[in-house]
Design a protein around this ligand. Structure first.
Ligand SMILES: [Zn+2]
Length: 46
């Protein structure tokens, strides 16, 4: 399973999640689902 970094559009919280297919992640801070998905950590690792 890939790990993705998300940024919450509501509170600006940034967090990383393991994402399974057909899973809609939500913000651990405000529980909203309006998230911006960023690149996976696999491709951004130095
Ligand atoms: Zn949030």
């Amino acid at each position: 399973m890939p790990i993705y970094e998300y940024s919450c559009q509501r509170c600006g919280n940034k967090f990383e999640l393991l994402v399974r297919a057909n899973t809609r992640p939500d913000c651990p801070d405000c529980l909203c689902t309006e998230l911006t998905q960023k690149l996976s950590l696999v491709s951004t690792a130095a």
